[in-house]
Ligand binder design. Structure first.
Ligand code: NAD
Ligand code: UDP
Length: 383
């Protein structure tokens, strides 16, 4: 009896002592599990940073999952190409409003490239590390085709892209524009200039849409700590511009090649500063990879300023065309002067355009001379 009592009492004491130690055990377990979790996270991050092998067989260092919205467009397709070549896992999202599959057809064969046909005004669920938000018609003729849709693409598109960035803790870059300066009273335009935009004019759907998108980027950064970047792109040209986009470079080259009149709007003394595509994309990538405390906005553009008339004469000379210059009415709100103050980009990113207008035009003209114009169409009424 006594023996049974002693055994029972020992078991009871043991249970009490275990129970009293329980919270210590829980603490030890939490610390060990936490340490394991942190170690696993560090290992995964290191793997992502240093040990990824390019699917094409090249050891490339840091492979990232990169989303390019508007990735089938003029700038987007070139950016996608560069990211694929660097070995990243690229998702190109586009609805082909102002582009077509031929821009990305070579990329479709690459194992680290994926195309998603989607309209960015609708939410989408994707897992990525970086986002370049380029989806938006850029040429005046394209963005004025359906101004309400242009505004939706800028604003809802930014919200949807920022939503992905917020959920995935992804870094996100906005392709903004020199149009945020409108018809500028300050020349050249520094980032600190707040602009002179007509909010009710025919260019407002684009200008104000891009301004609202910049605001959204800043607020997602301030409120939600989203890691953002904003670049303000000045007129950029190069191979794979849409031949029917109505922009000055594509118009003049097309007209010169076909021997048609070169249509200079107004007296042609308005100026633009033309940046070659490769320079621009280099600046965009530097901005994305730059320090987290430099979020912009930063101007990306070539400081060389030309009148539209000078451009027309240069294109005629370089194509050896017999085309004559004719003058047409200047579109409403057409900015009179535009030139980037690009000192900030040089200071912070070490970026400076290296391709001269003549050099860039040579490559662009060569591309226009070999395309089949029948493969391109203007935007359809379906949008
Ligand atoms: P682009 O028209 O060739 O490319 C835009 C791409 O976005 C196209 O492929 C188009 O189909 C796609 N797109 C449009 N609406 C969409 C939507 N709702 N959903 C999904 N995709 C959509 O123009 P780009 O010259 O390559 O310009 C790219 C970006 O750079 C744009 O955001 C533009 O505003 C900006 N930008 C360009 C210039 C320039 O001179 N090229 C200047 C300033 C800013
Ligand atoms: N422009 C022109 N002829 C054309 C197309 C454009 O004179 O056939 C002018 C236009 O009026 C503007 C400049 O060229 O002053 C640049 O126009 P674009 O549409 O390329 O871009 P923007 O800078 O106006 O957005």
């Amino acid at each position: 009896m006594l023996q049974a009592y002693v055994v029972e009492s020992n078991v009871y004491d043991f249970a009490i002592s275990i129970a009293s130690q329980f919270h210590y055990l829980v603490n030890v377990f939490t610390v060990v599990a936490g340490a394991f979790w942190i170690a696993k996270d560090i290992r995964n991050r290191l793997r992502r940073q240093f040990f990824t092998i390019n699917l094409q067989g090249k050891a490339m260092g840091a492979q990232k999952r990169i989303l390019v919205t508007g990735g089938a467009g003029f700038l987007g397709a070139f950016l996608c190409e560069r990211m694929v070549t660097e070995g990243h896992d690229v998702i190109c999202l586009d609805n082909f409003f102002t582009s077509q599959k031929s821009n990305i057809v070579d990329l479709l064969e690459q194992p680290n490239f994926e195309f998603v046909r989607h309209d960015i005004t609708h939410p989408i669920w994707l897992e990525v590390d970086e986002i370049y938000n380029l989806a938006c018609p850029a040429a005046p003729g394209h963005y004025q085709f359906n101004p309400i849709k242009t505004l939706k693409t800028s604003v809802l598109g930014a919200i949807n892209a920022l939503g992905i960035a917020k959920r995935c803790h992804a870094k996100i870059l906005q392709a903004s524009t020199s149009e945020v300066y409108g018809d500028p009273e300050v020349h050249p335009q520094p980032e600190s200039y707040r602009g002179s935009v007509n909010p009710v004019g025919p260019r407002a759907c684009y200008d104000e849409g891009k301004r609202a998108a910049e605001t959204l980027f800043m607020e997602y950064n301030r409120m939600n700590n989203v890691n953002v970047r904003i670049v303000r792109i000045f007129n950029t040209y190069g191979p794979r511009m849409h031949p029917y986009d109505g922009r000055v470079v594509s118009n003049f080259i097309g007209q010169a090649i076909r021997g048609e009149d070169i249509t200079v709007f107004g007296d042609g003394n308005q100026t633009r500063s033309f940046c070659y595509r490769d320079d621009l994309v280099e600046g965009m990538v530097r901005m994305m990879n730059g320090p987290d405390d430099f979020i912009g906005p930063v101007n990306l553009g070539n400081a060389g300023e030309f009148t539209v008339l000078e451009l027309a004469e240069l294109v005629i000379e370089m194509t050896g065309s017999n085309s004559k210059i004719v003058h047409k009415a200047l579109p409403a709100d057409d900015p009179l002067r535009r030139q980037p103050d690009a000192t900030l980009a040089e200071e912070k990113l070490g970026w400076k355009p290296i391709v001269s207008l003549r050099e860039g035009l040579e490559k662009t003209i060569a591309w226009f001379q070999q395309i089949d114009w029948a493969n391109y169409r203007p935007p359809t009424p379906n949008f």
